[in-house]
Design a protein. Sequence first.
Length: 306
Amino acid sequence: MSPRLRVVPLPAFVMALGILWVGAAQALPPGAVKDLPPPPADRPDPVTASEAAVDPVLRAAVDNPARPPADRARDIYRHPYESLKFWGLKPGLVVIDLQPGGGYWTEILAPYAAKTGGVYVAGVSDLANPKLSEAAKAGRAKFEAKFADTARYGAIRYVGFGPVSGPLAAPNSVDLIITSREIHNWLGGGYLDRALAQAYAALKPGGILAVEEHRADPKPQAPNASNGYVATGAVVEAAQRAGFQFAGSSEINANPKDTKDHPFGVWTLPPTRQSSASGTPDPNFDHSPYDAIGESDRMTLKFRKP
């Protein structure tokens, strides 16, 4: 992979169209990308009636006191209800959550799917990968055990996902695919284009690829996004290269306090709070300036399969 991704300049005329905002009006963080392409002319404005309408089942899933306290503490930075509404979640959809980690989105999406006639699919470690580590295998087993309660989570489906995994689903069968803070890993692992091509193949025409990612702008993207921050233009270019159309952007997960120059990259910030290059906690490291920033500045984008 080249030291730096080449980002193709986007059309200047879109400056007049602005960026879609969800939630309260706010200024863009300094230097944020302002020239995202507009949604396709044959599509309505991304702020739709369904997006604005209250979804009581989703609201209840987000507000559920049974969600882990650590997850609920992150909601002030992640805006789960607003983000999912922006991405177009509604009852009855087939949703794939790629690399769900500890299950932040699983705690919301799986119960929601169970209550609304939808399907939640977790794109987890690919057991068919001969190079998969024992730690990754154990992590998948732990995840499946954590979410085995069908009375609470419904019948979660699983699909292997990674650098050499097979198709995510049958072609044209999925309504919504979510990638939350994973694109930097795909860049580092050399499978960004492959992952996006698989997402494109699985989605139905009109289906949505939902992206939340640590945002490098206005700083240049580090080689392979090694600090965890990705340039917005690089994400847009890669999605369009896969065949997707840009369908909207929201500033709901922006954090203008994030200076993006931390000693251990984005992982210096909460919730990881890394304090040494080795990852072993340094008891003398001062977390206070990074805790004051909170979680990272993030782009929130959606792309549509034509």
